[in-house]
Design a protein around this ligand. Structure first.
Ligand code: IVH
Length: 706
């Protein structure tokens, strides 16, 4: 008889979780990969359940590589998932000299440095591969994860272990060290791989980046082993103790530990030096032997980096200066209009395939109907007012991994038979009218509740990586299920009733072509695994116009629970209700977002569908991140006057980081007024309302008490 979980000490629980992890993973492998189960289903379930209840009772001890993170085994559903302890972010872009000057100014302004104050940067190539995070504990590689959606990556540990430039053991590293960098393939190895693949009649890759991604994400690491991948380090995540005061020194330390780092990294004192190095790297580009797509500039001091912090997905202390786009000419064979999840009609150019900077391009965006006509949405002339017609010779523009676009038309090649393109006034999917609101660049299908294209796109968004991320149910599969006669998925809720409907159906999914017992079970498992979702993700997954991840976060934080959110937003569709006023008053929520929420929740068909979906799920309340140790957690702060030691932006970001809210106006709800120099009227108002007023010195004391 096993000791009940509640009676275990932490040590015993940790031991048991470690043991279970090994046994369950082995069982997964035997079942899924080797197709040779070593235990009965009941035995397996018992182990999983025991592990789950251990994790529930000792959440802090849950292993990052826990088998409960594994959605099924590593065969059909792909890789298990790993949650990044420090988010993996991307970089903001600069395209020209002025953007770099702006970057320098922004950083200085945030740090309250004058143009003459010293501010050192580093500049290094931006490698065009895919990022990888390597976790070392006590100097040993314990796991490797891809970036994924930035919060959750794929567990590619076994594949990382076969990459030569990734050390298995580090000597002299801190106890916990998470090294981040880029995995890439050299031009030579890429050509060789394609040559061999052609002879074996296997798939070839269109560029080294795709080849590197395809090779790293191989389910069988023996295949990865045969693909010559390289790794270059340029960042880190979790760290048990600091390893340097500057970015440059830390990277050099990583080099001494055995990682390859860019030999082209330099320190620069000002914008001119950054630009000089940019041109040098651009010159060296062709001789490097691997793809780079720009130069990354970083603030060198780690103290400054910490102060600068992050915006939602990018650091304030770094920027990628991209190389100019690549161009090519080809024939425009057709214009197709696609319908997006919010009904937007987007014209897409179908092109005679052409290579642009090493990548074969056969589609490009045409933005909207005005763009085709030769003007922007404000009526300004583009391309000298030349329109775009089917049959034209057009110039394709491709910058990095952004969708290619049509930048020009060669009028000398236009034939007398060509006719102007007529943009459709009805939806190509459902035939409803397509209306263009005043001031909107986009024409939209109005058949929201009946348009198949909108519904399919909504489903695709819902299952996508940044939303529900359901393994085995991607864009292709939801589209197929949408048109399925036996087990249709028409509404979001239908995903979660799939298994039940299958049980009740005479013709079962497992008996179909290309489906079987295992793959069906796996699909249902991965759907069931996603029934638990947090409020922010859930709101975002609904795919409403203007309600992206960040806005969903604000809404979740404000309303805290799904029930409260739902009731309040439905009530807000009545403009006289106080709920409407409250919704509008949320900091960061503007009129267009409110309108979009009301369009959805004020529509009885939509709101009923959403309610039915929610009934299938467990929607976790938003966590209120009040930093308990921080004196200002949960407080409402207003700043007034000029601060001397930091910019207003830094003060605001610091306050928010410590769990406070910042507002620009004083009200009864304000807890603290931080008064800099010359903050007259607000001081008086605060005093009359009995609000605590502190000066800059007291503010600096407060934030240093973290
Ligand atoms: S720094 C906090 N340095 O570019 C951000 N990124 O567009 C840390 N990349 O996701 C990234 N070379 O995959 C950094 N020298 C370099 C890089 C680099 C390539 C990639 C990386 C990142 C993406 C952002």
């Amino acid at each position: 008889m096993k000791t009940p979980v509640t009676e275990l000490s932490e040590e015993m629980a940790a031991d048991e979780m470690q043991r279970l992890s090994i046994i369950i993973k082995e069982a997964n492998k035997n079942y899924h990969t080797k197709d040779a189960p070593t235990m009965s289903d009941a035995q397996y379930d018992e182990l999983k359940q025991r592990n789950n209840s251990l994790e529930k009772n000792f959440p802090d001890l849950k292993l990052p590589t826990s088998p409960s993170n594994e959605i099924g085994g590593p065969l059909m559903g792909g890789f298990s998932k790993i949650e990044h302890s420090v988010k993996m972010l991307s970089l903001g872009n600069a395209f020209d000299k002025n953007d770099v000057i702006d970057f320098d100014e922004r950083v200085r302004k945030f740090l309250k440095l004058s143009p003459d104050d010293d501010l050192e940067f580093t500049a290094e190539p931006k490698i065009d591969g895919l990022s990888l995070s390597l976790m070392y504990r006590s100097g040993r590689l314990v796991y490797a994860a891809t970036r994924g959606d930035g919060e959750m990556g794929e567990n590619v540990t076994e594949n990382a272990r076969v990459i030569n430039s990734i050390p298995e053991v580090l000597i002299g590293a801190p106890e916990i060290l998470e090294v981040r960098g880029e995995v890439f393939m050299s031009h030579q190895d890429f050509s060789e791989l394609n040559r061999v693949n052609i002879t074996k009649e296997l798939k070839t890759f269109s560029n080294p980046r795709n080849a590197a991604a395809g090779s790293l994400r191989q389910l069988d690491h023996n295949i990865t082993k045969e693909r010559p991948l390289e790794f270059m380090a340029y960042a880190w995540g979790e760290l048990s103790s600091p390893i340097g005061d500057t970015y440059f020194d830390t990277v050099k330390f990583l080099e001494r530990l055995g990682f390859s780092v860019s030999p082209l990294m330099v320190k620069c004192d000002n914008v001119n030096m950054l630009l000089e190095h940019y041109y040098e790297i651009e010159q060296a580009r062709v001789t490097l032997g691997y793809d780079i797509d720009g130069v990354v500039y970083k603030v060198n001091s780690l103290g400054y980096q910490k102060r600068l912090g992050f915006r939602s997905t990018t650091p304030r202390w770094a920027i990628a200066h991209k190389f100019p786009a690549e161009l090519a000419w080809t024939k425009l064979e057709a214009i197709e209009v696609q319908v997006g999840r919010t009904g937007a009609l987007s014209p897409v150019a179908r092109l005679q395939p052409v290579t642009v900077g090493g990548v074969v391009v056969s589609n490009a965006t045409l933005h909207n109907e005005d763009y085709i006509l030769g003007q922007d949405s404000k009526g300004n002339i583009l391309r000298n007012g030349v329109d775009i017609r089917v049959g034209d010779l057009v110039q394709v523009y491709r910058a990095g991994d952004v969708i290619p676009k049509i930048s020009n038309v060669d009028l000398t090649k236009r034939t007398f038979r060509s006719v102007p393109y007529v943009f459709p006034l009805t939806c190509p999917s459902c035939g409803s009218s397509a209306i263009r609101d005043e001031g909107d660049a986009v024409r939209r299908c109005i058949g929201t509740t009946k348009c198949p294209a909108q519904k399919i796109e909504k489903l695709k968004h819902f299952v996508s990586r940044s939303a529900f991320d359901i393994d085995g149910l991607g864009a292709k599969q939801v589209e197929a299920f949408f048109y399925d006669n036996v087990l249709p998925i028409k509404e979001l809720r239908d995903i979660f009733t799939l298994e039940e409907r299958d049980q009740q159906s005479v013709s079962k999914l497992k008996n179909r072509d290309r489906w079987g017992e295992k793959s069906t079970e796996k699909l249902f498992n991965s759907i069931n695994n996603k029934r638990n979702i947090n409020l922010q993700k859930f709101i975002f997954s609904l795919g409403m116009r203007h309600i992206g991840e960040q806005v969903s976060g604000l809404l979740a934080k404000h309303y805290k629970s799904w029930d409260n959110f739902f009731v309040s937003v439905v009530a807000a569709s009545n403009y006289n209700d106080v709920a409407f006023e409250n919704l509008n008053a949320i900091d960061g929520i503007g009129g267009i977002m409110v309108k979009s929420l009301i369009d959805t929740f004020g529509n009885s068909t939509h709101s009923l569908n959403i309610q039915e979906l929610a009934a299938e799920l467990i929607i976790k309340d938003a966590e209120v991140t009040t930093n308990k140790n921080s004196k200002i957690g949960g407080k409402l702060i207003v700043f007034t006057g000029a601060l001397e030691t930091m910019s207003r932006a830094e003060a605001k970001s610091k306050a928010e980081e410590m769990g406070a809210k910042v507002s620009s106006a004083i009200s009864k709800k304000t807890d603290i007024l931080v008064a800099g120099l010359g903050g007259g009227s607000k001081n008086l108002k605060a005093i009359s309302l009995g609000i605590e007023v502190i000066d800059e010195k007291a503010w600096v004391m407060l934030i240093s008490m973290e």
